[in-house]
Design a binder for this molecule. Structure first.
Ligand code: SAM
Length: 289
């Protein structure tokens, strides 16, 4: 394989066959075989020769190789050690790639960050099993590593939830958590035929551009997320009842917080903006139960 060749679908199938590699459903191994989608992901990362790319779940290295052609440095975490010989072959000749065989959810990400020394910025790219996406998102955001953006392949409904505005049926705790930390845009929708084997669901590539500071200022972040979880915990209840139940506070106290935040007690959680959630959390912080 020439160093700068892309890996085409037919090449990928013969690579898997040559190594006797059987795709594992348990590891969510649906490998991308659509050139255009791979190109859209790499373009969305915007990585240049000054930047680092952090990939989760490189699989056979098809995306990793494209990232390595553009980035200064690529670090990829792969859970399945049986992929090592395939990755060695696909990434042969690239001295700017480091593969770590581990579960990305267990890895101390900040300990890995020295590999990106000298990089202007670092962007994460991941095409992961969908049950790993949300825990990974929180693992990365909570690790405090200074990422500038995340380009993620997600189930289409998850993309809809991440991007939803207040009042939408799919606006929920995930929308607030993501929009609190990032600007979200849909890069493209992806049909099941873009993967080997095709998954049962439609997918989307989303780009989360991490904000320099959260979208709204809050006095106490953990209180803000407690309010958000309580408000969405029981969607059909009024905010007054949902917060009283979810936060274990009496209704008179909750009425006081809502009055200081300027939010009507008969509103539903799914209609509140991030600024309104922040105002309630700040009122709570000012006069705790
Ligand atoms: N990036 C490749 C592509 O686009 O063709 C492979 C994508 S495949 C959907 C997901 C990859 O993530 C697999 O290689 C799988 O073994 C790996 N994986 C699954 N869970 C993981 C985890 N918790 N940490 C790291 N890698 C994981």
């Amino acid at each position: 394989m020439a160093e700068h060749d892309v890996v085409h679908p037919a090449t990928l199938k013969s690579l898997l066959a040559r190594h006797g590699f059987t795709l594992k459903k348990g590891f969510g191994q649906n490998f991308l075989i659509d050139e255009r989608v791979l190109a859209r992901i790499v373009d969305a990362t915007g990585v240049t020769a000054e930047d680092g790319a952090f990939e989760i779940g490189p699989g056979a290295g098809v995306l990793t190789r494209r990232l390595a052609m553009r980035a200064r440095r690529v670090v990829a975490i792969e859970k399945d050690p049986a992929l090592r010989p395939l990755l060695d072959e696909v990434l042969a000749g690239f001295d700017n790639v480091q593969i770590v065989f581990a579960d990305a959810l267990d890895v101390d990400l900040s300990a890995l960050w020295c590999a990106f020394d000298g990089c202007r910025r670092v962007v994460l790219a991941a095409n992961l099993p969908y049950y790993v996406t949300t825990p990974l998102l929180f693992h990365v955001l909570e690790s405090g590593v200074p990422l500038s953006a995340m380009v993620l392949m997600v189930q289409r409904e998850v993309a809809d939830r991440m991007m939803a505005a207040p009042g939408s049926k799919v606006y929920g705790a995930l929308s607030v958590a993501v929009q609190y930390r990032a600007d979200v845009e849909r890069v493209c929708n992806v049909h099941p035929g873009a993967f080997l084997p095709p998954p049962d669901v439609e997918s989307s590539v989303v780009k989360l551009s991490i904000l320099p500071s959260p979208a709204v200022a809050v006095r106490d972040e953990s209180l803000f997320f407690r309010v958000v979880r309580a408000a969405f915990g029981t969607r059909r209840k009024t905010l007054l009842n949902a917060l009283a139940g979810g936060l274990g506070a009496d209704k008179a106290t909750v009425r006081g917080w809502l009055a200081s935040a300027g939010v009507a007690p008969d509103r539903r959680g799914e209609t509140l903006s991030l600024a309104e959630f922040a105002a309630i959390a700040d009122a709570m912080a000012a006069s705790p139960v």
